[in-house]
Design a protein. Structure first.
Length: 137
């Protein structure tokens, strides 16, 4: 099974992330957005950050999760390559993300993500789980 794939959107990039369950699909969504920014194979998981979010539904939870990933990317000047997600029944999520400080001499510079959008965002918690989101470049 694929972890994620991209689809074309004018001036933006969309992705679909997959997993055996919603936790794994969210983890693969994190991997998908950081592969837009850089090659995650070159990112060492040397620093760990944990956070929790609570949302009103699955789509909002995906949006909030991706926003939180971008927040830590921008404020900690880090790239991430490992994602661990635990989702509870009440649309709350606990995540631990691992990565390292940005070093453009080491890391490939791909595209900068300006924002996460709600446009065409979807969450299917069937088996396998599937997510879809579009990011503004």
């Amino acid at each position: 099974m694929e972890k994620f794939e991209y689809f074309e959107v004018t001036a933006d990039i969309g992705f679909k992330a997959y997993g055996k369950d919603l936790n794994e699909a969210f983890e693969n969504a994190g991997l998908a957005i950081f592969n837009i920014i850089s090659d995650t194979n070159d990112i060492e998981p040397t620093k760990e950050i944990s956070f929790e979010i609570a949302s009103e539904d699955n789509v909002s939870m995906l949006y909030d999760y991706l926003e939180e990933l971008l927040f830590y990317h921008e404020t900690e000047f880090m790239l991430f390559s490992e994602f661990s997600v635990e989702i509870a029944d009440n649309f709350s999520l606990k995540a631990t993300i691992k990565g390292e400080e940005i070093n453009w001499d080491k890391h490939t510079r791909n595209s900068e993500i300006k924002a996460i959008t709600f446009h065409k965002m979807e969450v299917s918690d069937s088996t396998p789980a599937k997510l879809q989101a579009i990011v503004d470049l």
